[in-house]
Design a protein around this ligand. Structure first.
Ligand SMILES: NC(=O)C1=CN([C@@H]2O[C@H](COP(=O)(O)OP(=O)(O)OC[C@H]3O[C@@H](n4cnc5c(N)ncnc54)[C@H](OP(=O)(O)O)[C@@H]3O)[C@@H](O)[C@H]2O)C=CC1
Ligand SMILES: CC(C)=CCC[C@@H](C)[C@H]1CC[C@H]2C3=C(CC[C@]12C)[C@@]1(C)CCC(=O)C[C@@H]1CC3
Length: 327
């Protein structure tokens, strides 16, 4: 039976590389590119069809940062497909990033240097804003829109006798200390990205608790540091080009510098081939690249409090009720 796979944020970076890899792996796939920008979505679809001329590639308009768009897109998905095997929740933003250069140079000469390059801990802040639904934009895009999408698509992913998978593109930047259960949307802090990614790690655990019995299995991955539009938004592209040789060198010390979208998509691709029952719900699956350029996936335990994950789940359900009422 052909597998139905939906990828959010599929028109560039890691999402597009994943699509390319999935089509190479399985020519029978029915792939749905869920993109907010139709023109960029069309360009991605054409590029994929150039290298896989017989592939089934559909396009879906979806802005995960908008409640109305998520609800409309979910209706469209339900009309087009009768099940979804893989839901890759990959779209993500990091608006107005700011690097703390002092902290960077201090970190360079500390024992924490490897961890700093792997996680950006203490280096990065962002300035977030409210979207038209009155939600914090980073929370709405990276977490809540995807949560709402899963809820809307439950008839397609929670089916008796059938297993479906949800895979979150999280980050090594996800940190417990950046997240507050009292401030889910991170209205008051300056690390909305880290907070939203930590929340996705917790949500994945809660989804497994609530939905495994209905055939839905959730996993989280970290793609490592990848050169994409997102990272080009942190520092100008000429800077990245200048330091690229240094980055290849750093890869010898930290295998988290995957650098290319193809390498970054390693764990996403690896999960596609795994039996969900064999996966650890408390693990984050990391895409890693060795100094010699070999890609591999490694499971690392997440620092997650199960009780807090449950509270997050209930709070998201409550927020869902509120936004549905408004709609
Ligand atoms: N690059 C890195 O080093 C790392 C990236 N990640 C995560 O990987 C994921 C992919 O990012 P990456 O490939 O790096 O960056 P890109 O910017 O290349 O890709 C992000 C994708 O998400 C889409 N997107 C953004 N906002 C929305 C929205 N509201 N609705 C629908 N689609 C949206 C973008 O579409 P559009 O073209 O319209 O903007 C784009 O296709 C993100 O979740 C990111 O947080 C995690 C760790 C490290
Ligand atoms: C010499 C050199 C490589 C300098 C770059 C320093 C920083 C700009 C990077 C060091 C660690 C990086 C990192 C990210 C962005 C760029 C750095 C801060 C991410 C936050 C990008 C998005 C993620 O989800 C995780 C990444 C962790 C590492």
């Amino acid at each position: 039976m052909e597998k139905v796979v939906l990828v959010t944020g599929a028109n560039s970076g890691i999402g597009l590389a994943l699509c390319e890899r999935l089509l190479t792996e399985d020519g029978q796939l029915r792939l749905c590119l869920a993109c907010r920008n139709t023109q960029r979505g069309e360009a991605a679809r054409s590029a994929l069809l150039t290298s896989h001329s017989n592939a089934h590639v559909d396009l879906l308009h979806l802005d995960v940062g908008s409640v109305q768009s998520v609800l409309a897109a979910a209706q469209e998905v339900k009309a087009r497909y009768n099940r979804i095997d893989f839901l890759y929740l990959n779209a993500g933003i990091m608006p107005n990033p700011h690097i703390d250069l002092k902290a960077f140079f201090r970190g360079l000469f500390s024992r924490n240097v490897i961890n700093m390059f792997a996680t950006a801990e203490g280096l990065l802040t962002q300035q977030d804003q409210l979207n038209s639904d009155g939600l914090q934009e980073v929370f709405a895009t990276n977490l809540f829109g995807h949560f709402l999408l899963i809820r809307e698509l439950e008839p397609l992913v929670c089916r008796a006798g059938h297993t479906s998978r949800v895979v979150w593109t999280s980050s090594s930047n996800a940190r417990r200390s950046a997240f507050s259960i009292e401030d889910l949307q991170h209205r008051d802090g300056s690390e909305p990205y880290s907070s939203s990614k930590y929340a996705s790690d917790m949500l994945s655990l809660a989804l497994n608790r609530h939905k495994n019995s209905q055939g839905l299995f959730s996993s989280v991955i970290c793609p490592g540091l990848v050169m994409t539009n997102l990272t080009y938004g942190i520092l100008p592209s000429f800077f990245w080009t200048l330091i690229l040789p240094i980055m290849w060198l750093i890869r010898i010390f930290t295998n988290t510098f995957t650098l290319t979208p193809h390498n970054g998509a390693e764990a996403l691709h690896w999960l596609f081939g795994q039996n969900p029952e064999s996966l650890d719900p408390r693990a984050k699956y990391h895409s890693l690249t060795s100094g010699l350029g070999t890609n591999y996936t490694q499971a690392r335990q997440m620092d997650i409090d199960e009780e807090m994950a449950e509270v997050l789940y209930s709070k998201l359900l409550e927020l869902e009720r509120v936004v549905r009422k408004k709609e």
